[in-house]
Write a protein that binds this ligand. Structure first.
Ligand code: ADP
Ligand code: MG
Length: 681
């Protein structure tokens, strides 16, 4: 890292340490808020201090010495009328020894532990005092800090900044509308220097109106930056792809089913977007099995009708090939060719596909990330679709967009079966338009979910035998071994061997990530065609795989899988009209989280409910995952806890951008400094 520049009385060395906390200007100091508070407003008699509690005691130093065993340390004894306490420091300066000379009076703040020689404090904070010195009137803030930067120093810097840079009020009461919140300056003063009468619990829980005010502003700024990014995109140019009712109508006419209401609404919204001369940026969210592929196909045809190319990118070979086959079955009767690109296709085939795409002869392409590799050129790219978008990084999605070799930006459609809770969608995805398929195609029977302990594995095997002999097909998902691919492979092979031996009357197949692409695809094709009755698999079948006749899913060591994974895996069944079941085999001992996940998946079938629970168990960090493209993450607000602030923040963001863009800019400057504008993708 480059040597930090000093600023406003802060030398380069200190500036470097502050920069680690993302503090680069006096304003940033003011927004560096306490993690928690310590109560130094009262004293605890030594005799009543209980182990485990952080307390403040005051007493006289009765002894203080450096001992060398078991290692060098400073040990002091402090006494008040009620008892004696031992305090130790493993690292100390001579100045500390001075403060602790025998006979001195000190206050110590720290956690009491039961030690071998009675109660003790390790590394307490020391404050020399005169007898009768008044106690502080306010709670003491504790800030997030970094090596080489003492709490006391940080506290002083922040206190100074609070007075030298009086914070501007950017949201006068009129703008806050119905929210009864304190002014920005008052909120900051309360949080940095809580007055004596403040409710310490409301401060700790961050429910105090002062916290609310800060969190509201933070959410507002996040909304502002997302809306700005969204608006900026609306100024770019894309081909206007009108619905000409030609190919799209022809496909609808020959589909074996009618679109659900939700699909029809999504198709209409996308058709409208595609017709505008600005790039669409839409997220199509639909639970597993809600029928996103046909929505994508209709969008691709709308582009084709206008002479523009479209691509559909999927995260796995299995899925890409399945899409390709499905699209081909729908579109070949209409005389439309589709290129298929994946890392595994033979060089000659690939080159032929590339040439057809480069010449613009073929308008539709399906593939894996092979689509974004160098040799692919798409001179007339008008629409890029990313299936299971959460499986791709921002850079890959960007690369796909950049494939358009023309001056226009392509329209983008992101599809995801990992439902994003509303709060998350509203914050982290506010720069996208979101369409939700909230309806499953008719005729699906609910999936019965069972939890079974490992000791009853035999019975599960018997059930698989009965189901398959009765004409059904089943998946058996091997235990997940995240730490080692080699072990994962071995486990998959062993599971396959045991099940094949136990079920000689069934035709059993195996797919895992290490198979060659053509082996994988041959196995999937055989399972699809009903030639295999049981498919032993790793999570390669997690996304997208669609074999309607499969009605039984067994997942071994289900407690190891994440909730989104379990939901996706379970969604591989229940796609046809037969009754479907998902058997989750789990092993003891269950971790607390593992138990919580199994309970959620057992009790819920709706993907949104599951996602909400998942968010509660894991927090938003992992959800946002690959999207962390410089997107300002929230420091103080918490999406679940502060959901009630989100809607007003969003409404105000829109109003400010319309009526007071200056205020919007100043708010963003205050919170983000020069860091906005990173939002792209
Ligand atoms: P997902 O949203 O999980 O990607 P798919 O697009 O794979 O779902 O669709 C799941 C299955 O439902 C497919 O077999 C598809 O052909 C079928 N399907 C899609 N839409 C309908 C509908 N409106 N009516 C009946 N079946 C449908
Ligand atoms: Mg799909």
């Amino acid at each position: 890292m480059a040597e930090a520049q000093g600023w406003a009385g802060v030398g380069p060395q200190l500036a470097g340490r502050l920069a680690k906390l993302d503090i680069r200007r006096p304003q940033d100091l003011v927004l560096h808020l306490p993690l928690r508070y310590e109560d130094e407003t009262r004293l605890t008699p030594i005799g009543t201090a209980r182990a485990g509690a952080a307390v403040q005691v005051e007493g006289e130093v009765v002894s203080c010495e450096v001992t060398l065993r078991p290692r060098r340390q400073l040990v002091a004894r402090i006494q008040d009328a009620s008892g004696t306490l031992v305090a130790r420091w493993l690292n100390f300066y001579p100045s500390l020894q001075k403060q602790l000379e025998t006979g001195r009076r000190v206050r110590l703040f720290g956690e009491v532990r039961g030690g071998f020689f009675g109660d003790e404090m390790v590394h307490p904070r020391v404050h020399p005092v005169e007898a009768g010195e008044p106690l502080p009137q306010a709670l003491t803030p504790v800030y997030p800090t970094t090596a080489g930067l003492a709490q006391s120093a940080l506290r002083k810097l922040i206190g100074r900044a609070l007075y030298s840079v009086p914070p501007d009020e950017l949201l006068p009461a009129a703008l806050l509308g119905g929210l009864d919140l304190p002014s920005f300056a008052d909120a900051l003063r309360t949080l940095h220097q809580p007055p004596p009468d403040v409710d310490p619990y409301a401060l700790e829980d961050r429910e105090h109106p002062a916290w609310q005010r800060i969190k509201f502003e933070e959410l507002l700024v996040q909304q502002l930056s997302l809306r700005r990014a969204y608006n900026a995109r609306r100024t770019r140019h894309a081909p206007s792809l009108r619905d000409r009712g030609g190919l799209t109508a022809a496909l609808r006419a020959q589909l074996p089913f009618a679109l659900t209401g939700a699909q029809a609404r999504a198709v209409a919204a996308i058709a409208r977007d595609l017709a505008t001369p600005h790039p669409m940026q839409r997220l199509l969210q639909g639970d597993v099995g809600s029928g996103k592929t046909i929505v994508a196909a209709l969008a691709m045809l709308q582009a084709a009708e206008n002479g523009y190319q479209s691509v559909l990118m999927a995260p796995t070979e299995i899925l890409a090939e399945q899409h390709w086959k499905k699209l081909a079955s729908w579109l070949e009767p209409l005389g439309i060719g589709i290129a298929w690109l994946s890392g595994s296709r033979k060089k000659r085939e690939r080159e032929a596909e590339l040439a057809r795409l480069a010449s613009g002869e073929v308008l539709l392409a399906v593939g894996t990330h092979a689509l974004i590799e160098d040799p692919v050129t798409l001179p007339r790219l008008g629409l890029a679709i990313v299936d299971e978008q959460h499986r791709f990084g921002v850079r890959q999605r960007l690369a796909l967009r950049e494939k358009g070799a023309n001056a226009l930006h392509p329209h983008m459609l992101m599809m995801s079966a990992t439902p994003i809770p509303r709060t998350l969608a509203m914050s982290y995805y506010a720069d996208l338009d979101v369409t939700v398929l909230d309806e499953l195609p008719p005729g699906r029977t609910p999936i019965l979910t069972k939890l079974v302990t490992e000791s009853r594995r035999e019975q599960v095997v018997a059930r698989v035998r009965d189901a398959c002999l009765g004409g059904a097909q089943a998946y058996w998902v091997c235990p997940l071994i995240e730490e080692s691919e080699a072990l994962q492979l071995k486990t998959a092979q062993e599971t396959f061997d045991t099940l094949s031996a136990a079920l000689p009357e069934l035709k059993v197949g195996l797919v895992h990530g290490r198979l060659k692409a053509d082996e994988k695809s041959a196995t999937m094709a055989a399972f699809s065609a009903g030639e295999l009755q049981l498919l032993v698999a790793t999570t390669v079948i997690e996304v997208g795989v669609d074999v309607p006749n499969a009605s039984l899913m067994v997942i071994e060591h289900a407690e190891r899988f994440g909730l989104a994974q379990l939901h996706q895996l379970r969604g591989r069944v229940g796609r046809g009209t037969a009754e479907s079941a998902c058997i989750l085999i789990y092993a003891h001992p269950l971790s607390e989280n593992g138990r919580a996940r199994l309970k959620v998946i057992y009790e819920h079938s709706d993907g949104f409910a599951i996602a909400r629970e998942d968010l509660r168990i894991r927090g938003p960090g992992e959800f946002v995952g690959a999207r962390q493209s410089g997107l300002p993450l929230l420091r103080y607000a918490d999406l679940e806890g502060d959901a009630d602030l989100l809607e007003p923040a969003r409404a105000l963001a829109e109003r400010l951008l319309r009526e007071s863009p200056d205020t919007a800019t100043r708010l963003m400057e205050r919170w983000l400094g020069g860091r906005e504008g990173l939002l792209r993708a």
